[in-house]
Write a protein that binds this ligand. Structure first.
Ligand code: SF4
Length: 355
């Protein structure tokens, strides 16, 4: 592994980071206005991009105009297809712009050469999702043999990162566990550490009335993860099903579904909620959509806490960011810092000058 060069030594990257942080400040001002009950103008450009990709892929270069203003790009593969080279190319263009890119491959098969292409493109994080803490549970939910597919991705990623001598992409695992799964959790943590996983998120979907960290196996796993140098996140359970604040995604996010339909948030795109559709990525200018009447109307409704029925699933899980959450831009600031550090490191290791 290379040591981290001072970001200041790479003035191009430093300027890039400054621009992203100014964009985060802009979103913070929006959140401040929402807290004061004022009507904010939307930021000049969305900070968070989300794309879900399936069998039919639209022209990914249509996202390029949004990359300079974005801090994070989340990509989710929704079919069990192998992504083509155009996805690694998009990751590379985003990473060149200081955008932190996360890939969730779902059931997709990622051969070693595809994973290598993502490493070369400076993917920020690769998140493997497990539907349980054991092969038996995961395969019962995801389908026979899916545990082995997920595990191969983690092993290959570990090998490619070691071979490349790079710290990206961050190998990350998300586990959705039921109560009866939890006994397998500490063993899973040890296995994940063995393939270099450095981040584990857990959602316990059925807790028998206990708060997750009160569950012995979860507390033990959190401690074990910390000992093994793995960040452990366990999202707080929602305290109620009612909207408790203004959804910030309406002011920050831009999401595209596998058919190229644009939505104001990832949940809208993943669940293809028709009432949220605001345009099409191949036919429309993304900035016109961002500033357009449909998104503006949605922002107004969000500020009035008039959530459409399609939001119920998201609100019920406590997903998303609300204007009264602690620090809505915290994750984005951290993400863009990492993306810019990775860019500076890669430039240094390739022997390049100022990017
Ligand atoms: S509450 Fe959830 S589903 Fe509704 S707009 Fe916000 S992020 Fe999207």
């Amino acid at each position: 592994m290379l040591t981290l060069p001072a970001l200041e030594q790479s003035s191009g990257v430093h300027a890039l980071l400054e621009r992203k942080l100014v964009a985060c400040d802009e979103l913070d001002r929006v959140v401040g206005a929402l807290r004061d009950g004022r009507r904010p103008a939307a930021p000049a450009s969305p900070l968070e991009l989300f794309v879900a990709l399936g069998g039919r892929t639209w022209n990914l270069a249509r996202l390029d105009p949004l990359l300079p203003g974005a801090a994070a790009l989340d990509v989710r593969l929704v079919d069990d297809l192998t992504p083509g080279p155009e996805l690694a190319a998009l990751v590379g263009r985003a990473a060149d712009q200081g955008v932190f890119v996360t890939l969730v491959p779902g059931a997709a098969v990622l051969p070693p050469e595809t994973i290598r292409a993502f490493v070369v493109a400076r993917l920020g994080r690769l998140t493997v999702e497990l539907a349980g803490a054991s092969a038996r549970r995961h395969d019962a939910v995801a389908g026979a043999g899916r545990w082995d597919v997920a595990w191969r991705v983690l092993e290959t990623l570990h090998e490619e990162r070691l071979a490349g001598g790079v710290r990206w992409p961050e190998p990350s695992v998300h586990v959705e566990a039921r109560f009866e799964d939890l006994a397998d959790l500490p063993g899973l943590v040890v296995k994940l550490a063995g393939v270099g996983v450095t981040r584990l998120t857990l959602r316990v979907t059925e807790t028998r009335g206990l708060r997750p960290l009160e569950l012995v196996a979860v507390a033990e796993s959190a401690e074990l993860a910390e000992t093994l140098g793995m960040a452990f996140h366990e999202p707080a359970a929602p305290d109620c099903d009612e909207p408790r604040g203004v959804c910030v995604h309406r002011f920050a996010a831009f999401a595209v579904d596998p058919l190229g339909v644009i939505y104001p948030c990832a949940q809208g795109a993943l669940r293809a909620v028709d009432e949220y559709a605001v345009g099409g990525i191949e036919a429309d200018d993304p900035f016109e959509v961002w500033r357009g009447a449909a998104l503006e109307a949605g922002r107004e409704r969000a500020q009035a806490l008039e959530y459409p029925a399609g939001c119920a699933w998201c609100l019920g899980r406590g997903d998303g960011k609300r204007h009264d959450d602690g620090h809505p831009t915290g994750r984005l600031r951290e993400a863009t810092h990492i993306a810019c550090q990775n860019l500076a490191l890669d430039t240094a290791r390739r022997g390049g000058g100022t990017p």
